[in-house]
Design a protein around this ligand. Structure first.
Ligand code: HEM
Length: 125
């Protein structure tokens, strides 16, 4: 099970009758799992031929789900062929940066409100 596929090759398998996806840098042939998926076929077809690491993790799939993956494994993806920013290449860096920026904005807004209240109280003494 050491076949290495390029991202372009995986992308070709994006139909209900021939469905592959990438999760954590590994390539899975989910064609025969479509009918068994407890989350329905639609979501799987949507992830056909793409890096589905984030959607898969976001659902919080159980240990059973991760075990089901083992039977579907067909190989790994060549990391150099993945598009920039793909979750299989850099795990969580970009999303936590965005989170940091929005927190900074909130803190500044809160400080402005506090300063305004302080000034209001001071001026009305
Ligand atoms: C081949 C890959 C996948 C396998 C083996 C798999 C397996 C499973 C299993 C076993 C469950 C039942 C709940 C659990 O045990 O966690 C489940 C639920 C679910 N899955 Fe997946 N899944 C896969 C990919 C995906 C992807 C790519 C999505 C995309 C969004 C997805 C969305 C869902 C949803 C929405 C549920 C329903 C959760 C609920 O009803 O609470 N799954 N999946």
């Amino acid at each position: 099970m050491s076949t290495v596929y390029t991202f372009e090759e995986v992308q070709k398998h994006n139909t209900k009758d021939d469905l592959w996806m990438i999760i954590n840098g590994k390539v899975y042939d989910v064609t025969k799992y479509i009918d068994e998926h407890p989350g329905g076929e639609e979501v799987l077809i949507d992830c056909g031929g793409v890096d589905a690491t984030d959607p898969f993790d976001d659902i919080g799939h159980s240990e059973d789900a991760r075990e089901a993956l083992v039977d579907l494994l067909v190989g790994t993806v060549d990391p150099a062929s993945l598009p920039a920013g793909s979750s299989s290449t850099e795990s969580s860096g970009s999303s936590s940066a965005t989170q940091g920026e929005s927190n900074t904005g909130l803190i500044i807004a809160a400080l402005l409100v506090l300063v305004s209240i302080g000034a209001y109280v001071f001026l009305n003494k």
